[in-house]
Design a protein around this ligand. Structure first.
Ligand code: EPZ
Length: 419
């Protein structure tokens, strides 16, 4: 299995460019199904999750033409209503194809989506199934897959009893082509959702309220296709900002949108981590000592659960005690055991709360990346630690961070990828 070997405590400096948002790319690719015209997607990150999403849409019958960081997708010849189980059952985002396919073909068969280990009971999809039923689909549970069928689909009123990012996106995309009015309440408000709705509206959809808790969609017969420029990845931006702060490095993060990590930057101001920012750049300034600050992860615009792990690494270097509460996912704090093995002073109060005392010196260790964001957090810890760290299972890092080894090397990191 490929692994990273990292020798810590090297001075890092320079510029790092942020890629297109993974969690926008994984939605706009399925959204291509909503139109019979060819869509062009730019600023597409070159990561395994995107490769997988494109493999799925090609398996369904779409034609694609790939550039370095772009793709054209033509879906008018899609001839299958079944998601390929071999691909879909280990790729959580495969669920994003279900809404568009239901709306377009009134029938879809898919396996329970797989994906990373965070979240109780393998990432439930009850909200999706309830939403599809509200649109008039019959949900048949077969062996280990779901079969949705609908004679006639109609608009629906649906209240999300748990805020769900992909749930919001799935039902919003489906409702685009479902006759009648749909009102979705208690929606997620992530920037990627607003970007997706803005694109669909440019193609003729009638979506109002994306980015707020109430989204109203009036179904249309068809939509056109155009060009979608993926917004900067706010989680990459936050990961690199936390890396700079934890390693006390002067790093400029380019092609980003600092507004999308306003919660983290506001905390930086409170704890004394210095930075300067512009419209599409963020310059981190080495800060010797800074205060701890307790967080509780929350849906956007609150503190993102995807930055909880890199933030915990920063708190091991803060002067004092902080409490981190993970309120979105079960099991997403278990990774901190690796941080403790590196010398961090961490007490797990319960599966959703850890107390961290800093500053502590971290020491290199042999580690395994449990999931994407814990993986990048272990890389940040290794860059900051004394000695050599070995991180295994780096698929769980490379699937979300394009050329991470090359980009960190360019900053002066001593990181080697060995197969
Ligand atoms: C999206 O996952 C992101 N993934 C995640 O990023 C991100 O952590 C998460 O939103 C929260 O911000 C993509 O966009 C591809 P949810 P999603 O549905 O939509 C529960 C990363 O690292 N829930 O908002 O799958 C669920 O268990 C990934 O890039 C139900 O109970 O997350 C969780 O506790 C990790 N029933 C909560 O809602 C459902 O039907 C929020 O999950 C659906 C979700």
């Amino acid at each position: 299995m490929p692994k990273f070997i990292i020798t810590g405590q090297k001075t890092l400096s320079g510029e790092i460019r942020v890629g297109g948002a993974k969690n926008a790319a994984l939605k706009i690719i399925p959204a291509a199904i909503l139109s019979n015209e060819t869509i062009t997607i730019n600023n597409l990150p070159n990561i395994e999750d995107v490769d997988k999403a494109l493999e799925v849409i090609v398996d369904l019958g779409a034609k694609i033409r790939r550039g370095k960081n772009s793709v054209e997708i033509e879906t008018k010849n899609i001839n299958k209503i079944e998601l390929p189980a071999k691909l879909a059952d280990k790729f959580r985002a495969s669920i994003m194809f279900v809404g568009p396919m239901l709306a377009k073909f009134k029938e879809v068969r898919f396996p329970h989506p797989g994906g990373c280990v965070i979240g109780a009971g393998g990432r439930p999809i009850d909200l999706f199934l309830e939403g599809f039923e509200a649109f008039g689909a019959e949900v048949i549970t077969e062996k280990n897959c779901y079969h949705l069928k609908a004679k006639k689909l109609h608009g629906a009123n649906y209240f999300f009893t748990t805020v769900s990012v992909t749930g919001t996106e799935n039902l919003m995309m489906a409702a685009t082509l479902i006759p009648g009015k749909t009102v979705l309440k208690n929606c997620a408000m992530e920037p990627e959702i607003e970007a997706l709705a803005n694109y669909l509206n440019k193609q003729g959809a009638k979506i109002h309220g994306a980015g707020t808790p109430i989204i109203t969609i009036n179904g249309v017969k068809s939509i056109k296709a155009g060009t979608f420029n993926i917004i900067p990845d706010r989680i990459e931006t936050g990961s690199f900002a936390l890396m700079a702060a934890a390693t006390k490095s002067e790093i400029t993060i380019t092609k980003c949108n600092p507004e999308h990590i306003a919660c983290l930057l506001t905390i930086f101001e409170k704890i004394g981590v210095q930075f300067k920012k512009g419209k599409d750049w963020l310059k981190m300034i080495p800060t010797k000592t800074f205060l701890p600050y307790s967080i509780k992860t929350h849906e956007y615009p609150g503190f993102p659960t995807d930055l909880q792990s890199p933030y915990a690494v920063l708190m091991t270097q803060a002067s004092g005690t902080s409490l981190i509460q993970e309120a979105i996912y079960d099991r997403r704090l278990l990774w901190t055991d690796y941080l403790s093995q590196m010398g961090a002073k961490i007490t797990m109060c319960d599966p959703h709360r850890v107390v961290i005392n800093g500053p502590t010196t971290l020491y290199g260790k042999r580690l395994i990346s449990p999931d994407l964001r814990a993986g990048i957090a272990l890389v940040i810890a290794a860059l900051q630690a004394k000695g050599v760290t070995e991180i295994d299972n780096i698929y769980q890092i490379e699937r979300g961070y394009e050329n991470i080894e090359g980009r960190l090397k360019a900053l002066g990191a001593d990181i080697k990828r060995i197969d």
